[in-house]
Design a protein around this ligand. Structure first.
Ligand SMILES: Nc1nc2c(ncn2[C@@H]2O[C@H](COP(=O)(O)OP(=O)(O)OP(=O)(O)O)[C@@H](O)[C@H]2O)c(=O)[nH]1
Ligand SMILES: [Mg+2]
Length: 199
């Protein structure tokens, strides 16, 4: 079944929902801070080198980018947030855009939130989490760039973050992810299979 994600193809990118694909079928959105590794994760999950554009410069993906898996299923690379250099107006636009997407998108079956393991749960992450809770969109969190820490440290941050989320009563699953470390692609497929009704 993992070969399924290799079928991913770029569909379209759009600054807002007006030009988005028809709101039908099943969609999973990848969200997270600029530079958290959203586009890299999409590439690893679909076994493509450069399906989603990655960059060392934060703020690369300013649009909602839709990838088609089959007639019914799509992945979405959401615009990154928390990039210090963007104007207040752009931050407001982002907030409205994300809120609208989470509120209105019927096809949205799950939010895949990526957080750099060295900087989890920033205020913008908290905002995404609270919007997803409010809209009752299932939430899965991946702590990215796990290769930047020792195995022991990565594990302890995973456990600490899990405790923090549990204490706040936020129901979600949590995993480690690393592209060069080849960590977490199977876990990601498992949760996507569930949301895409493939298992
Ligand atoms: N060491 C390491 N670097 C990674 C990993 N994942 C991504 N990166 C690097 O982090 C940088 C940002 O990755 P992107 O995938 O472009 O991040 P993004 O979240 O899509 O960023 P925006 O599109 O700006 O929101 C790139 O230089 C990637 O090569 C990882 O698992 N380990
Ligand atoms: Mg990106």
């Amino acid at each position: 079944m993992n070969n399924f994600y290799r079928k991913a193809q770029f569909l379209l990118s759009t600054p807002d929902l007006k030009s988005a694909p028809l709101d039908q079928g099943l969609e999973v959105a990848f969200a997270g801070r600029s530079n958290a590794g959203k586009s890299s994760a999409i590439n690893a999950i679909t076994s493509h080198k450069a399906l989603a554009r990655t960059s060392k410069t934060p703020g690369r993906t300013q649009q909602l980018v839709f990838f088609r898996l089959d007639d019914e299923r799509r992945l979405v690379d959401l615009p990154g947030y928390g990039y210090a250099k963007v104007s207040l107006q752009m931050q407001k636009d982002w907030q409205l855009n994300m809120q609208r997407y989470l509120n209105e998108r019927t096809a949205l079956k799950g939010l895949f939130l990526l957080m750099d393991i060295r900087r989890p749960l920033t205020p913008f992450d908290e905002q995404m989490i609270s919007w997803s809770q409010h809209q009752q969109v299932p939430l899965h969190i991946a702590l990215t760039k796990a290769d930047k820490l020792s195995k022991g440290n990565a594990k302890s941050i995973l456990l600490k973050t899990r405790d923090e989320l549990e204490e706040r009563g936020i129901p979600c699953s949590l995993q480690l992810f690393s592209v060069p470390g080849k960590i977490g692609v199977d876990d990601a497929h498992e949760i996507l299979n569930e949301w895409f009704e493939l298992s």
